[in-house]
Ligand binder design. Sequence first.
Ligand SMILES: Nc1ncnc2c1ncn2[C@@H]1O[C@H](COP(=O)(O)OP(=O)(O)O)[C@@H](O)[C@H]1O
Ligand SMILES: [Mg+2]
Length: 239
Amino acid sequence: MHVIAMLGQKGGAGKTTIAVHLAVAAQQDGVAVALIDTDPQGTASSWIKSRTAKNPTSASAPPIQVHAILEVARQSGISLVVVDTAPHADVGATRAVEDADIILMPCRPTAFDVAGIAGAVRIARVTGRRSAFVLNACPPRGYEPPQTARFLESLGYPVAPQTIGQRQAYARATASGQAVTEFDPRGTAADEIRTLWNWVKDTFANEETASRHRDPSADGEPPARPGIPTAADAEGQAS
Ligand SMILES: Nc1ncnc2c1ncn2[C@@H]1O[C@H](COP(=O)(O)OP(=O)(O)O)[C@@H](O)[C@H]1O
Ligand SMILES: [Mg+2]
């Protein structure tokens, strides 16, 4: 099971929008998805209630319960959990994201948004989890998105290669209890969300390959046995 957590102390950056869109894109890709809404404002939970579709399943809970809910999700056969968080940079936000396989920090390409990103970066560092920025609500033209991307990268985390545009489709889709990949599956917004999801999925796959290389027992192979007996082996034989 993998966990994506949204993080950012600035309201309006796009945490909930990206959380629900990634959840639906993954679900449509055949993944069993659950969404945990830790924001007391309950935006993601209200969206879930407004849906006619049964999936993704969801839970609304304070950050302190995230760890336990992830265990339940794991045992229930869920393959991906998306954790949406409140616009805070506090101990609660840390709790909510510390089990993530990837922390996503959405940021709009504006001076105010960039100025508000430091709190999220601090938390990402504290957790030591893999983290990345997502440039959200980008205008179709202008120097601001690439300039913002350069600045964000200087903070030590990558920017997801797929940026998300400022598009009416996001608000329209969510207003009708949908995601853009359901509301207008052939639209540009749907394309960019699917590409973002594929990037996250590739990140998980690459991490798994890397960890198999680090730990040969991870893919079922017995661990390599050294040819030379260790001191413990010698002790075992002596007793
Ligand atoms: N890429 C986008 N294009 C257009 N509107 C967006 C986009 N991302 C977010 N919004 C809108 O901005 C507002 C805040 O987004 P939201 O996801 O709730 O932010 P957060 O969860 O970080 O507070 C919502 O009204 C949402 O519809
Ligand atoms: Mg939100």
